[in-house]
Design a protein around this ligand. Structure first.
Ligand code: FDP
Length: 340
């Protein structure tokens, strides 16, 4: 029985995100419950953000604040609000030691002692800022790691933070789209929950999502075509060929929304190196890594064109990376063009 059929048959049969997280926790006999408590903090923050996003035109939250962030991008009022919500509601979960946000230059140390604050939460509080004022889908992305705790030797804050994506305990996103959907993984598949505004809770809507391997969509900002690597240009020409099918093109310009579609419909999303961003535009630690974890858990793949995203050893908190992410056959095909 599908999730929807179950809901229609008996509304009391629904599974909330909280129940789902607790169920997953039960499969780890040594779990203390702290991690589940932390995850529900993240989801609560996104509900507060979503309430602001949904009323954006009515409240005084649209437009910029007239300042640029550390990446040189104009900061929007909703960026600031979302950042505040994430910091506040995650910090109070007690077990968090370090947080890092796209909007903050430096990491936020909540508890210096790793024995007291053993988790690290990285996030992009509001992804797709350029879409805020025009009512196009935006989102929140998060990634959770664990710090080195005794008896492991103590690490500095930066050493704790700069772990490769393979070490993620959990990752997910919320897309504020035609409905509000959260997708998350703890390494046991990808599960999606739709926010039911009548109940005020995220309700399971898709379990164990698998990325289709026969999707025919490519997603890229083709305005940058002239400065893409030659292999990417050739791949895009192939997408338009008779041999390819042909593919269709979709580009929203919010990573969360573009990735969400790719997870559900297959195909590929690319943000390669460009003349403007020779190292790629997207951030490794709180954009590419969490999406790569979700992609792999859904049967897909993610690469920077040379190596697997999750294997990359980060050198800086706000490091950027090229990103090629989607169904495995599509990612493999791009890589084969890049190797030619
Ligand atoms: P935005 O600049 O609007 O915040 O990383 C940010 C991001 O959006 C992604 O969400 C999106 O995929 C990408 O940048 C869009 O970049 P372009 O405008 O260069 O296409």
């Amino acid at each position: 029985m599908t999730v929807r059929q179950r809901f229609e048959r008996d509304p009391a049969d629904i599974i909330t995100l909280q129940q789902h997280i607790l169920e997953q926790q039960r499969s780890h006999p040594t779990a203390t419950g702290e991690f589940s408590w932390l995850l529900t903090g993240v989801t609560f923050a996104t509900r507060v953000i979503e309430a602001q996003v949904r009323r954006a035109g009515l409240l005084n939250v649209l437009g910029g604040i007239g300042q640029a962030n550390i990446h040189g991008e104009d900061v929007q009022k909703l960026d600031v609000l979302a950042d505040k919500c994430m910091i506040k509601f995650i910090r109070y979960r007690g077990c968090v030691g370090i947080m890092a946000s796209e909007e903050q230059k430096e990491p936020i140390v909540v508890k210096d002692d790793p024995a007291e604050g053993k988790y690290i939460v990285l996030f992009d509080p509001l992804d797709g800022s350029s879409n805020i004022d025009v009512n196009v889908s935006i989102g929140t992305i998060f990634s959770i790691f664990k710090r080195a705790t005794p008896p492991e030797p103590r690490r500095t804050i930066m050493e704790d933070l700069l772990q490769p994506g393979t070490q993620q305990l959990a990752a997910g996103y919320v897309v504020y789209g035609s409905s509000t959907v959260m997708a998350y993984t703890t390494g046991q598949g990808v599960h999606m929950f739709t926010l039911d505004p009548m109940i005020g809770a995220y309700i399971l809507s898709r379990e164990n999502v698998r990325m289709p391997e026969d999707g025919k969509i490519y997603s890229v900002n083709e305005a940058n075509y002239a400065s893409f690597p030659k292999g990417v240009q050739e791949y895009l020409s192939w997408c338009k060929s008779k041999e390819a099918g042909p593919y269709t093109s979709r580009y929203i310009g919010s990573l969360v929304a573009d990735f969400h579609r790719t997870l559900l419909r297959g195909g590929i999303f690319l943000y390669p190196a460009t003349a403007k961003d020779p190292g790629g535009k997207l951030r490794l630690m709180y954009e590419a890594n969490p999406m790569a974890f979700l992609a792999e858990q859904g049967g897909g793949a993610a690469s920077d064109g040379q190596s697997r995203i999750l294997d990359k050893q980060p050198k800086a908190l706000h490091e950027r990376t090229p990103l090629i992410i989607g169904a495995r056959p599509d990612v493999d095909r791009v890589l084969s063009y890049l190797r030619r």
